[in-house]
Structure formats: C-alpha cells, structure tokens
Design a protein around this ligand. Structure first.
Ligand code: FCB
Length: 440
C-alpha cells in the first residue's frame, strides 16, 4: 500500500465498518424477526436462499473481532444496532439480552481504545412493524424515535458518534421501487412515502438524541456518480434524474429543507399530505456528514415513464459486484458535498471497499486488487483534503466477509476472510497491508 498514516492530518481517523444483520447471527440472543428474515425465506429474493441466522456469529465472537480491529491499527469502528435485537416486536417489550450485548460491545471497544461509531438502523426492520406498513407508515418516525431513546439511554454515554440511518436511498428506493432489497416492494406511492418518512425518522432520532444530551451526530448517505452514457441530451437528462433521486434527494432534504425538482417531477403526486411541514424536523442540525461510496453508473433513457433511465455497461475495470472502479467519483462527491451542501461541516467516508472472489489457500488470501482499490480511493481522499475539503476520516467496508444482502455470502467484502462453515477468521493480504500502513 502506497498511502501511509503519515500522509494524512494528525487527527484523521481510520476505521472499518460492519452492520448488525450482516455479521451478528440473528438467531442468537432473543432478537425478533425482521423483514430480512421474511425476504430471504421467499424463494427468488436471495442467492441460495441465505439469511442472517448465523452470519459470522459475531454475537459470540465479538471479542476476537474487536481484537482484529485493534491489531489493524484502526482508530474507530462503525457498527450498527439491530432494532429487533433491542425491541423484538419493534415496540414495547425490551430484550434485556440485546441491550446487554450492545453494552458489552461498547465497553469492549473502549477497553481497546477504539472509538465506537454507531448506526441506529442498517435495514433489519422488525417484521411486526412491516405488518403495519413499515416505511410507508408515517408512524415509523415515532417508533424509531422510541427505539433511539431506549438504546441510547443505555449506551449513548459511550458513543463517539451516532448516525440514525444507513443509506436512506437503499431504505427507500432500492427496497420500494427497485424491489431488490427487503421488503421487495415495487410501487411508486410506497417509494415516495418511504423517501420522505426515512428523513422524518432521521430527524426525530436526532432530536431524541439531542434530548439525551448527546453530540457528534451525523447522517450517512450513499452516493453513486452518474455519467451520461453518450453525448445526447436525453442521456444527460436521464443521468440528472438518476443523480437527483439517488444522490441529491436526501442531502438536499437534510441540509437545505427542499427536494430536487427532477425527483419531485415523478414523486410529488405520491408524497404524503403536508410533507413540506416536516422540514424543520428533517433539517435538525448535524455535526458531521458521512458518504458511502463504491462506484459510478453510466445512464441512458429507457423509453419508460418517469424516471425513465437505465444503466449501461461501462468500460472500466470492475469488482466482483460488477461495479466499475472509479475513484474520481469519490473525489467528485467530497468536493461537491462540501461546496453545495455542508460547507465547513466535517465529512467522513463512512464506507468504501470492494468484493472480490477471494480464495483461502495455505492459510492466506491474496487480494492485491482490494489493496489497490483502497489505495486509489485514499489518493482521492488526500486530493480532496489538499484542496480544503474538511474530511476527517475514512472507514473501509468491511472488517469481515459477511451477509451481502440479496447476494448472500458469495460476495466477499472483508479485510478478514470468514469460513462460513467453521467461522474461522483469516486476515487477508489487504488487512496486513492496511495494518502496516496504519501502524508503522
Ligand atoms: C452498502 C451497505 C453495506 C454493504 C455494502 C457493500 O450499500 O451499506 O451493508 O452491503 O454496500
């Protein structure tokens, strides 16, 4: 790895990220049923019908995993809290074992000198709340605020930072328009409601945590750079629509109290009544802004009704997800976010990494493509910092190979290889390269 810790400002944080359903093992410890259990149990949704019952069994092996975080030289660890582990029905009765687990996790991080960076929601909605409409139902903002209160009363005093919702685009669009993620809905009215309620819930959670006296609260947005597939005006307009829906809607809502017109063109008729009146809550001030970045898309018109776009296969080298490797996109988002939305607010790259077809041989995994990917994106991080972007940290996705949602356990994103039969952990060559860069 070319980049070294000494190439970054002294207070720059390096971290790695995970999420609860993807690693914990949801069958353990009294967690309630979630929309991902239901989605996975419906044939056709998930590769090999896999679910998160066992995952990496992080629920029992978190000590070993946090040792790996420590030994790599990371300063911070981004993890998420399962709503259904804390409140198995989504509301009401608390699962004490769930609270105890996150309590132990917080203490174990602090004992190792690692900053705990929590996300309240990384997609495992409790099934009973989906029965009530899930993200379509405006009441979800109150249910989510109540969950926030319960868990943060217990562990909020030890969190370095907290973000309410991981990747609102995935929660709303990917899951209610594309139908690729749970609950697998394809419906424009459900989408519009989810697009708005996810931000209302974000705002309510921020208000709840402020009420508890907490600080260093932020938002985590996923971004995909959209380039027109050709020079036509139609392709430019299609890419702009993609950008408005994917990248601008959520940041614009949170930081400007308005939605972009190119997205309203299709969604406005389906938004819940009185949506404009929710912006005072949605724009609750934040202390930082996180960006998850992986790739870009080439976009062309599809000849369909709104949003009328389709993805076109791109020419760049791709990862095992078939995602083009495009570090410039990260630079573009960091500079654009600071310029158009956040100004002096600290920014973090809260996820960045790649899947590869890793093979364990003679107790090692050679994954030079991952090391090169991280290095190329760290170059862009440095370039943005040099140009004055107030970027304060970078988190790699992910610590462990894990449950990659609809793609099951096939797509390995970890710095550490996991054998899903024996659950043995083996740090890959990229882990060692990063550890060397961070600790020497
Ligand atoms: C992000 C998700 C994370 C993981 C990576 C590959 O969108 O936040 O859970 O699936 O992509």
């Amino acid at each position: 790895m070319k980049n070294q810790r000494s190439d970054f400002p002294g207070d720059f944080l390096f971290g790695c990220a995970t999420s609860s359903y993807q690693i914990e093992g949801h069958a353990f410890g009294g967690a309630g049923r979630t929309q991902w259990d239901d989605f996975a149990a419906t044939p056709g949704n998930v590769t090999r019908f896999e679910n998160g019952d066992k995952a990496c069994d992080h629920y029992h092996r978190y000590g070993e995993d946090l040792d790996l975080v420590k030994q790599a030289g990371f300063d911070a660890y981004r993890f998420s809290l399962s709503w259904a582990r804390v409140l198995p029905e989504g509301r009401g009765q608390v699962n004490e074992a769930g609270l105890d687990f996150y309590d132990r996790l917080a203490d174990s991080l602090l004992e190792r000198g690692i900053k705990p960076c929590a996300t309240l929601y990384h997609w495992e909605l409790p099934s009973p709340l989906l029965d009530l409409g899930g993200w379509r139902n405006r009441d979800i903002a109150s249910w989510f605020a109540d969950f926030t209160q319960v868990i943060m009363e217990r562990i909020g005093d030890r969190m370095f930072s907290v973000a309410p919702i991981n990747e609102p685009w995935c929660v709303a669009w990917l899951s209610h328009f594309d139908g690729h993620h749970a609950p697998g809905v394809r419906d424009i009215r459900a989408t519009a409601r989810a697009m708005h309620h996810v931000l209302l819930a974000h705002g309510r959670a921020i208000e709840t945590m402020r009420g508890l006296g907490m600080n260093n609260l932020g938002g985590v947005f996923n971004m995909e750079w959209a380039d027109p597939a050709d020079d036509s005006e139609g392709a430019r307009a299609a890419a702009d629509r993609y950008d408005a829906i994917y990248n601008q809607w959520f940041m614009s809502g949170v930081f400007k109290g308005a939605y972009p017109q190119a997205a309203l063109d299709g969604l406005e008729p389906h938004l819940p009544e009185g949506w404009q009146e929710d912006f005072p809550t949605i724009t609750a001030p934040l202390d930082w802004c996180g960006i998850n970045y992986y790739t870009r898309k080439l976009i062309a018109p599809a000849g369909h009704p709104w949003p009328d776009y389709r993805e076109v296969d791109g020419p760049l080298p791709k990862t095992f997800m078939d995602w083009e490797i495009y570090p410039e996109g990260l630079y573009n988002f960091l500079t654009r976010t600071a310029r158009d939305y956040t100004g002096d607010l600290p920014l973090y790259v809260t996820e960045n990494g790649m899947a590869s077809a890793d093979v364990l041989e003679d107790s090692t995994v050679e994954d030079p493509a991952r090391t090169a990917y991280l290095d190329a994106h760290l170059d862009k991080v440095r370039q943005a910092i040099a140009e004055g972007v107030p970027l304060k940290g970078y988190f790699t996705w992910s610590l462990l190979d894990n449950y990659e949602w609809a793609l099951g356990y096939e797509k390995r994103f970890g710095l550490v290889h996991v054998d899903f039969e024996t659950l043995a952990r083996t740090p890959k060559a990229s882990y060692h390269a990063l550890a060397k860069a961070l600790t020497t």
